[in-house]
Ligand binder design. Structure first.
Ligand SMILES: [Fe+2]
Length: 437
């Protein structure tokens, strides 16, 4: 980045960033972590006669996870209700139903604590519900303009603990809740540190019921976070804001995020085959949960880039799962188009993915990352070969997809390590139609 210091009277203006900081919920990980829920709530200052709400979905009630979590909470002396109406990729209306449930049961003040149990959609429903009840009004008051009114969330509300049953989205630590706006065919995020949970409880015994295809899809999302976070711009390539509160949520990679990316890529790529083939393999499940957590710590702090930018228009139009969209787009975007930005860095990714790069020049070693990623996807045997198999996308739709990406995803595209034009995005979409025949 070039800038001319001489034009600035204030030494902070136009100076490169020199500070990074990380904000995280309290994190509890491992088999048996659910049994410590009472201690977790105590740690967060929840009083013994408090009444809370578990936000989840019907499947998790049916397979018994919701009951198991409720028992643990009640054994510890708390009262708890269950709301099982969360839906996949929740619409604003669906989350408003959860908010109405809370207001009907408990009045405007809501519950004393909240638990989110499930995949990213259940967790985002829990995050949004707590935030709106605590701040008053309705969701659209806080969604960014022009869809909503863009008011700031000033209150975080009572304690919120998230218990993921998938290993992938990173919603348990992120400051964002994603909601779909059906009539506009778009997704909106409510992004605020007041949306972030107070604690995440990651217990692999909650993930063994996840079917093979969903295990693979969520793993690919996690791997995407780890790799995109590892290859995005450095934090000190941005300018330092005058007010630290104006530092962006996706602030660039640091030595801290790189450590997490490296460990995440290794854990996820070396355990996903086992987790998909034998869902009851608790060692593999725990490794996946940790890999997804580390990937989220890296990617959702440093920032996602081109692949996630392209995934949103695809998901909105074709209603594909986020993780499988990331899976089909990663080879041509992150591990294809972006490789030229820093071949050595992508060569390191190839090594972390387990490719043999002995004796290869950096550029050739970097290309092995893409090959290894596609090999992994073929091995798990439950993922589509490309955009065409995923959603029937053809050449005719590429121009529209590229246009939507450039129009709606500037926030992510600005973080991409290599500049992108609409034509570049279209070429990457074309290259993603078939990753293998
Ligand atoms: Fe993602």
């Amino acid at each position: 980045m070039s800038y001319d210091r001489s034009v600035s009277a204030d030494p902070h203006e136009l100076a490169p960033e020199t500070v990074w900081h990380v904000r995280m919920p309290e994190i509890r990980v491992g088999r048996g972590a659910v049994a410590e829920l009472g201690a977790q709530l105590d740690d967060l200052g929840v009083e013994s006669n408090a009444r809370g709400l578990i936000v989840t979905d019907e499947t998790l009630v049916e397979i018994g996870h919701a009951g198991r979590v409720a028992d643990r909470v009640e054994d510890a002396g708390f009262d708890v209700d269950v709301y099982d109406g969360s839906e996949r990729e929740p619409s604003i209306e669906a989350v408003e139903e959860c908010i109405s449930f809370v207001r009907e049961e408990m009045g405007e003040d809501g519950y004393d604590f909240y638990l989110g149990l499930g995949g990213g959609s259940c967790l985002d429903t829990a995050k949004t519900t707590r935030a709106i009840v605590a701040n008053g009004g309705s969701i659209l008051d806080y969604v960014a303009e022009p869809t909503g009114s863009g008011e700031p969330l000033t209150e975080s509300g009572p304690p919120l603990v998230l218990l993921p049953t998938t290993a992938g989205t990173g919603s348990e630590i992120s400051p964002v809740a994603i909601l779909s706006v059906a009539e506009k065919e778009i997704k909106e995020g409510i992004s605020s540190n007041n949306v972030r949970a107070d604690a995440a409880v990651l217990d692999p015994t909650l993930t063994t019921s996840l079917p093979p295809a969903l295990t693979a899809k969520t793993a690919m999302d996690a791997l995407g976070h780890a790799i995109e976070g590892y290859t995005t711009h450095r934090y000190d390539e941005l300018l330092r804001p005058e007010n630290p509160a104006d530092r962006p949520v996706y602030a660039g990679r640091t030595g801290f995020t790189e450590l997490f990316s490296e460990k995440a890529i290794d854990l996820l790529s070396s355990n996903v085959r086992r987790a998909v083939n034998n869902g009851d393999d608790l060692d593999a499940r725990e490794a996946m949960l940790k890999g997804a957590l580390y990937g989220a710590i890296a990617g959702l702090t440093a920032g996602a880039s081109l692949c996630h930018a392209m995934a949103y228009p695809v998901g909105n139009k074709y209603h594909t799962y986020h993780g499988e969209t990331i899976a089909v787009l990663t080879p041509a975007s992150t591990l294809g188009y972006n490789v030229a930005s820093d071949p050595e860095r992508f060569a390191a990714i190839a090594d972390l993915l387990g490719a043999n790069t002995d004796g290869l020049a950096a550029r050739n070693a970097a290309d092995r990352a893409r090959e290894e990623f596609v090999r992994l996807q073929r091995d798990v045997n439950v993922l589509p070969s490309g955009l065409h198999e995923l959603a029937g996308v053809t050449e005719d739709e590429i121009d529209w997809l590229a246009e939507r990406t450039v129009e709606t995803q500037q926030r992510l595209l600005r973080c991409n390590p290599r500049p992108v034009t609409k034509d570049d995005v279209a070429a990457v979409f074309r290259d993603s139609l078939h990753n293998w025949e």
